[in-house]
Structures are given as C-alpha cells and as structure tokens.
Write a protein that binds this ligand. Structure first.
Ligand SMILES: O=C(CO)[C@@H](O)[C@H](O)COP(=O)(O)O
Ligand SMILES: [Fe+2]
Length: 220
C-alpha cells in the first residue's frame, strides 16, 4: 500500500503543531520534514529544535530530509530530537557509508537521497545498508516545483535492483507529486510519496491525501 508523507514545508509554520495534527488525522503515514541550510540548497528552513518541538504533536514517523552540507555534524541532534528516519544526500556525503552507519548508530532509520541529475549508480553500493531510498523528482530547495518525469526510469531502476538483490528498503519520491504524478510514481515502483503543496495548500487535507492515495492505487 502506497504511503503518503505530507511535507510541512508547505504548511503554515505559525501553526506547525496543528498543521501536523491535521494531516495525521487526515491519514498521513509519515510527516516529511525538509531541513535546508542555505549552502547545499538555496533556502534555509528548520533545525533540530523544531523537530523536538513538533515531536509531541504526532506519533507518526518523522521523515527528516537533510538538504545540508556536512550532515554528520547534525545527525545526532536530529536523532535526539525525535527523527524516525534521517535521509542524507549522496551529493553531500564524502563518506556515505560512514554517514549511514552514524544514522543507524543514533537509533534512527537511514535513508539516502539523490538529485534528479545524479545517476542511481552513485548509491548502488549503499543499497544494502539503507532503510529508504529517496529519489528527488525536483531539484531540492523549494516546494511547489514541477515534477521531472525523467526520474521515473530511475524509480524503475531502483525497484529492479531491490527485487534482484532481495532487499527491503522503501522507495520514496519527493517533489511535484500530485494526483496526476502519483500514479506514474506508484506504477514505477515508489512506496512512499512526499507531497507538500498538493496536501498543505488544499483546504481539506484529508481529501487531498485520500485523492493522492487513490490515484496511487490504494484501494481503501
Ligand atoms: O524536499 C523538498 C524540496 O526540496 C520537498 O519535500 C518539497 O517540500 C516538496 O514540495 P512539493 O513539490 O510537493 O510542493
Ligand atoms: Fe523533501
């Protein structure tokens, strides 16, 4: 069953706790938290203090997407703040294996992310180690961008590698996911769909989540 992970980047930050409770009640599976440092991506968002502040507002897994340089310096703080899954960009890691071990040793699940222009080969050696592979379907940094359809073949490629090697990680996609693109992603093999504006910019978040899930083939 395809999971939906609303991205709080498109929520009303002045009401963050309530916004998270709204999508929790609306059927979200994960809460996606975008962390940006103004270096790896041209935008600045939130840090471990905010993760710590929202943690009591939901029991859903907090899916923390680190778009930061030097993630090793911040992973322990995010884990301590209550991140359930911590994903790092391959492009930001000099020693990816070490970083993945650091995430696991901190008690969180480990994810690896690649940008649209990064080939799947760059994470091939890490597939055995991770709980989640996140394929960016936009260039990271902002919500509300258009889906890049060339990434669909990378989803298929990762799904095939997972099947051949009998691995168990989840495949997540992030960026420009809406009712139309959700089906394309799910058909290509995505298990978790991150959706920011397609959920938080809608009046009825429950309906928005249901429509994306239905489009992705969820039957109930
Ligand atoms: O990581 C990012 C952007 O860098 C995402 O998680 C966005 O927040 C997704 O927003 P939409 O494209 O769904 O509006
Ligand atoms: Fe994200």
């Amino acid at each position: 069953m395809t999971k939906i992970a609303p991205s709080v980047l498109s929520s009303d930050f002045s009401q963050l706790g309530r916004e998270i409770q709204d999508v929790d009640r609306g059927g979200a599976d994960y809460i996606h938290v975008d962390v940006m440092d103004g270096h790896f991506v041209p935008n600045i968002t939130i840090g471990p203090l905010i993760v710590d502040a929202v943690r009591p507002h939901t029991e859903l897994p907090l899916d923390v997407h680190l778009m930061i340089e030097n993630p090793d310096s911040y992973i322990p703080a995010f884990a301590e703040a209550g991140a359930s899954i911590i994903s790092v960009h391959q492009e930001a890691c000099l020693h990816l294996h070490r970083t993945i071990q650091l995430i696991k040793n901190s008690g969180a699940k480990a994810g690896v992310v690649i940008n649209p222009a990064t080939p799947v080969d760059m994470i091939r050696e890490s597939l055995h180690d991770v709980d989640l592979v996140l394929l960016m379907t936009v260039n990271p940094g902002f919500g509300g961008q258009s889906f890049i359809p060339q990434v669909l073949q990378k989803i298929e490629q990762v799904a095939l590698l997972r099947e051949k090697q009998q691995l168990r990680f989840e495949i997540e996609v992030d960026g420009g996911v809406n009712r139309d693109t959700a089906k394309l992603c799910a058909d290509a093999g995505a298990d978790v769909l991150v959706a920011g504006s397609a959920v938080f910019k809608q009046g009825d978040r429950k309906q928005a989540i249901q429509e994306i899930a239905l489009a992705a083939g969820r039957t109930e």
